[in-house]
Design a protein around this ligand. Sequence first.
Ligand SMILES: [Fe+2]
Length: 168
Amino acid sequence: MTAAAALKAKPSESKTDSGVAHKERAKLADALSGALADTYLLFLKTQNFHWNVVGPLFYGLHKLTEEQYEDLGESADTLAERIRAIGFLAPGSFAQFSKLSEIKEESGTPTAEEMIKQLVHDNELCAKRFRDVAEAAEEVNDVKTADLLTERIGQHEENAWMLRSLLA
Ligand SMILES: [Fe+2]
């Protein structure tokens, strides 16, 4: 089931008129819901590693993950509010996020190096997946959504670079 089907707009919300057709906004809300789910699960994993990292890389990774999870938390809020602004309900449970996201959760105890490799992979996955959302937004001329996703792609690429630099 798609996020838009699961989160049908209430009757009053179908009156949203942004100049982008309801059908197109529904598709974008689906895509944004995937981006929100990826962001939230990556937020959780990044914070998990912030708490549990040990070893010689502790200080660098503890500090870097703090900056990154704070940004991811703010970004989740912005993505959810964008879904609301285009007339749909935002998913807000871990059950929904798990269905919508491609981020693999970690409940074991990886080494610091393994943590970094996972976070690099996941940030790069977000950058790739968000590119599709940005393109879909551009196609229907939703410049605000496209801008938001473009900014997030840049941030995820920067996150991956900073994490990878810890391993060099
Ligand atoms: Fe902390």
